[in-house]
Ligand binder design. Sequence first.
Ligand code: NAP
Length: 245
Amino acid sequence: MNVLILGGTSESRLLAARLSQDSRFDPLTSRGGRVSDPQLPEGDSRVGGFGGADGLATWIHSHAIEVVVDATHPFAATMSGNAAMAAASAGVPLLRLNRPEWTARAGDVWLDASTPADAARMVESFSERAFLTIGRLGVWAFAGNSRTWFLIRSIDAPVDELPTRHELVLARGPFDIDDEIATMREHRIDVVVSKNSGGAMTEGKLVAARRLGIPVVMIARPPASPSDHVTDSVDGAVAWLRSRL
Ligand code: NAP
């Protein structure tokens, strides 16, 4: 079975590794190509956009793809929308592999934001020193805030305008809870801003915020695109793909 995995996540790499060990599957992973030092998947891969939903549909046909797995990041909404349209027009099934969301636990103080712009308004209303951990996309929404000092952390530097008062740290998870606590203490952080990405790799900041009693402005995931099946685990994805052999 020729499987196109739309990747860019740790789950997509795990899935590619699992399918590569099973001779019944021929997986090929596609990455967006925005990260300068990517972690490469096992098996075949390609990099860069397809040229929208039509380009992806054409690519699916020309590479005899039989199943598409959308294992992109929960916030890669454009790619997920394109995958839904392309799979439907190419007549191939689409599996969505989406890691579980984080949910608030006892002791958490979460302020729900619907978008980065919404989060930026909240932060400006009360924060003096914010820890902005939303990756490099969406940081532009905070650029107009001259009241708050920001500690901004992302894998690659944001290309958009940044808030005037900030320090930029380039780092890739996983992040240790004790290190996160030390960082928040050192910079006297009074709010953490996060996307609800889910996953263990970057959850340490939420545990640290809970222990320190620091509120978290949590940006909700964009709406899901249609698919034939949704799973939140690599095991679930492998089982569903096997059921279609
Ligand atoms: P996006 O806004 O949904 O997509 C923008 C465009 O980038 C798409 O229309 C597509 O171009 C291209 N693209 C995105 N993912 C692709 C993939 N896996 N293979 C080929 N082309 C892809 O995506 P994004 O939020 O910039 O994310 C880009 C990549 O980074 C994805 O692989 C995603 O899983 C990963 N990532 C995203 C985030 C995040 O917070 N958004 C975090 C970690 C990792 P065409 O229309 O030309 O096909």
